[in-house]
Design a protein around this ligand. Structure first.
Ligand code: 5GP
Length: 189
């Protein structure tokens, strides 16, 4: 069975070069973000929009760190596929179930790299007339930004390396790691 599925869990772990953010540091930061967001959105019943697939683990922890009433919805947009460089092509694969007009929107992202994906998404969401729209990303690679978008809440600024874990994948693997790790370049080059 394992052979049919390809690499084993141990082989996947051996492809991780280093642990960049440990599980406990991640959990502490998510709790702090939850507290800040709860204070700033008190009484506003915000809608958290999770960008699939990479944002699902962060959303699950962030939503449980909120002490205020809120709702959630999901969007899926095309990203890199199996490659590790931005294609610049953005396409909606799954749209929201809800009407966001008049709502306070918080977009929950796994990582903002060039910012191209987010820039497209924000333009699209703004056209639906929300009351407000802000962005919360777990990770940010500021050095690689190609757009001047504002990211309101950032978990961690990270260096320019390809990372996996805590929802982030390479070829659909590694999402289940409890930490953020840097993948060995030979795995994807
Ligand atoms: P951007 O449009 O900002 O360049 O790219 C955003 C998307 O690229 C993220 O939502 C994520 O899917 C993917 N991405 C960017 N950097 C990384 C990375 O280091 N690791 C992984 N797994 N995905 C990344």
């Amino acid at each position: 069975m394992q052979a049919e599925l390809g690499a084993t869990e141990n082989e996947l772990l051996s492809n991780v070069q280093e642990v960049l953010i440990t599980e406990s540091v991640l959990q502490d930061r998510v709790a702090a973000l939850g507290e800040t967001i709860s204070q700033e959105y008190a009484g506003l019943n915000p809608m958290l929009i999770c960008v699939l697939k990479g944002g699902y683990v962060f959303l699950a922890d962030l939503t449980r760190a909120l002490s205020i009433r809120h709702s959630i919805d999901f969007m899926a947009i095309s990203s890199y596929g199996n490659a590790t460089a931005s294609s610049g092509v953005v396409r909606i694969l799954k749209d929201l179930d809800s009407d966001i007009s008049g709502r306070h929107i918080l977009v929950v992202e796994d990582i903002v790299d060039t910012g191209n994906t987010l820039s497209y998404l924000l333009e699209n969401l703004r056209s639906r007339q929300p009351a407000s729209i802000r962005v919360c990303t777990l990770l940010s690679k500021a050095a690689r930004r190609q757009t001047d978008i504002v990211v309101d809440y950032i978990g961690f600024e990270i260096p320019d390396a390809f990372v996996v874990g805590y929802g982030l994948d390479y070829a659909e693997a590694y999402r289940n790691l409890a930490f953020i790790g840097v993948l060995k370049p030979e795995v994807y080059s």
